[in-house]
Design a protein around this ligand. Structure first.
Ligand code: PEP
Ligand code: MG
Length: 608
């Protein structure tokens, strides 16, 4: 094979720049906890493959080399699906299917073939170039869930490259050297779903990835595994070597590589403290979530997949405050059928054994995977998202509403509408719900139980003019993740402006106070399901604002309960009222939470 005009790999340097000395790296901590162990660095090939021109006579063999590699990866992905154990996360099988289907995508394969034929790129160079183009298209999608699907393209290409470069054995490799007493920590550029499965089966203590955000599927599976994890660290994989000692502080989003002895001692103590703290929290599972002055607080949880309902119940959740149904729709090429959706919703309802389950209708944006013809919106955060998308796609909405009504026959189910802005959207939804109800009744389906209908309060317009919504709807849920981004005009996923994403801004606090007051006046239950609700540093402020219902991740449930049980609600209400009048960012120091304020400041990146 010709190797003329070799182009050096863009970052072939750096590999040797290993630091034996201690250094730290920061990312987004997605699961709390401290782990200390030995690094297992997962290899990557995408940036290290040979780039060279082939001769005209080599074109055919190079094309067939690419095709052969693709077939091999497709066969391996199919084989992985058949090997999935019964307790594999639900999303794994569809993700493996998506990976296989990506390899049928002409945009990837035909165009890569043309690069070989027309530009005489070698196969590795062609597939990497074409993959990069696909990834760039994902980069302009505003919706974070969808944008992170670019990771799937990257992972598929990595697999093809492994076969092309003769490292195909890695596709089915076993994890190295786990016969050790030391905890092992996976360091990777990104982790493919199939690899996550192996990770789940092995005894790894934590993982750290260069890529990914808080909503990437890697992060989602990590949460379900409950081991400390940090994603989006940047380039830690290239700086760490196999065998390095690693500390992972999932709460702070900090990775310490080769810690000095005194740092190691410090983190060992922190780890022991954290374990003891979790153990103590376990005792609170069945305790009532009540403040010191006897105010009862409802503590529910957020889930992304139906399997998590069982865990939520066991953790003592009072209900599911937010089931993000879009996770059933994403990362696949076909929409989930009514039956599939019904099964998923019904499973969550049944597993909660009579406790309420709040299911949010599809919350997607300008979404290629749901509608291939839809162009990417110029400003997708303000575009055809969430309830707007559903009302513009009545067929999709109808199927979901039918599935929800059917699932509601198994227990209390509440339907939550995302991104509501006008009352017209509420009445249109009520109408769509009535149509779904009638279509089921016409088919002889019994609907003895009805559903409650509520709205997310996450657009400033509804927050500022809440009265008609509070009157018309059964309940409200404050989505602070979006509300704060729209009130402060700060993109919630743009790390360049993350420092401006301030939940304590007086505008945010006043708006929250107003929402809670109006809901109270109308006797409409109001909860908070945004990330703010799970931040223990801010629990005093939220209690002080009069919030009595929180929906948080399962991991945070007992932490928040503990915080509630040590708070005096009326006292906090007086102090927060005084703080609001000062029109300054609420000063937690003045609430007697000075220690916590510093902690909060250091974990701000969690609000991304
Ligand atoms: C929110 O916006 O606060 C919310 C809970 O919804 P999501 O994070 O899914 O947009
Ligand atoms: Mg939202």
């Amino acid at each position: 094979m010709a190797t003329a005009s070799r182009i050096p790999s863009p970052d072939s340097k750096g590999k040797d720049q290993h630091h034996a000395a201690m250094f730290t790296a920061h990312g987004v901590g997605v699961v709390d906890g401290v782990a200390i162990g030995r690094a297992v660095v997962m290899g990557t090939t995408a940036l290290e493959v040979p780039h060279y021109y082939i001769t005209t006579g080599e074109i055919d063999s190079e094309v067939s080399r690419l095709q052969h590699a693709i077939s091999e990866v497709q066969a391996d992905l199919e084989a992985q699906k058949t090997r999935l154990p019964a307790d594999a996360p639900r999303e794994l099988e569809p993700l493996l299917t998506v990976h296989r289907l990506l390899l049928d995508d002409p945009m990837l394969i035909d165009d890569a073939t043309q690069l070989i034929q027309n530009r005489r790129y070698n196969a590795e160079w062609a597939i990497t170039t074409q993959g990069q183009q696909l990834i760039e298209q994902f980069n302009v999608i505003a919706d974070p869930y969808l944008r992170e699907r670019q990771a799937d393209v990257r992972q598929v290409i990595e697999r093809v490259l492994m076969v092309l470069t003769g490292n195909g054995a890695e596709l089915t490799q076993n994890w190295p050297d786990i016969a050790t007493d030391q905890d092992l920590i996976v360091i990777a550029r990104d982790i493919a779903p199939g690899d996550m499965l192996r990770l789940r089966q092995s005894r790894f203590a934590a993982f750290v990835t260069d890529l990914g955000g808080a909503t990437s599927h890697t992060a989602i599976i990590a949460r379900s595994m409950g081991i400390p994890a940090i994603v989006g660290v940047g380039n830690v994989r290239r700086a760490v070597q196999d065998g390095d000692t690693i500390v992972v502080d999932g709460q702070a989003g900090v990775v310490v590589v080769n810690p000095a002895p005194h740092v190691l001692v410090e983190y060992t103590q922190k780890q022991q403290k954290y374990a003891a703290h979790r153990k103590r929290l376990e005792q609170l599972r069945d305790a009532p979530a009540e403040t010191l002055d006897g105010i009862e607080i409802t503590l529910e949880t957020n889930i992304d997949l139906p399997d998590e309902a069982k865990i939520a119940y066991q953790a003592g959740a009072a209900g599911i405050g937010l089931f993000r149904s879009e996770f059933l729709f994403l990362g696949r090429t076909t929409l989930p059928s009514e039956e599939e959706q019904y099964q998923a919703y019904a499973q969550a309802v049944k597993d909660m054994l009579g406790k309420p389950v709040t299911i949010r209708t599809l919350d997607v944006g300008a979404d290629k995977s749901l509608d291939a013809d839809q162009a990417v919106a110029t400003n997708p955060a303000l575009g055809l998202r969430a309830i707007r998308y559903c009302l513009a796609h009545p067929d999709i909405f109808h199927v979901q509403l039918r599935a929800l009504l059917r699932a509601a026959q198994h227990g209390p189910l509440r339907i939550l509408l995302p991104m509501v802005t006008t009352m017209t959207e509420v009445t249109a939804t009520q109408h769509a719900l009535q149509q779904a109800r009638e279509s089921l009744l016409n088919e002889g389906v019994q609907l003895d139980q009805d559903v409650q209908l509520g709205a997310m309060v996450e657009v400033p317009a509804i927050a500022l003019a809440l009265e008609p919504f509070a009157e018309a709807l059964d309940f409200l849920s404050i989505g602070t993740n979006d509300l704060i981004q729209y009130v402060l005009a700060v993109d919630r996923i743009d790390s360049d402006v993350a420092h401006l994403y301030d939940p304590l801004h007086p505008a945010v606090i006043r708006l929250l106070a107003q929402i809670i007051n109006v809901a109270d006046r109308y006797n409409t239950p109001v909860s908070m399901c945004g990330e703010l609700a799970g931040q223990e540093e801010l629990t005093p402020v939220l209690l002080g604002l009069g919030l009595t219902s929180f929906s948080v991740s399962i991991n945070q449930l007992l932490t928040i309960k503990n915080k509630v049980m040590h708070s005096h609600s009326n006292d906090l209400r007086r102090r927060v009222a005084a703080a609001i009048n000062r029109a300054q960012p609420v000063d937690l120091e003045r609430l007697g939470e000075g220690q916590l304020y510093r902690q909060y400041a250091s974990t701000k990146n969690k609000f991304k």
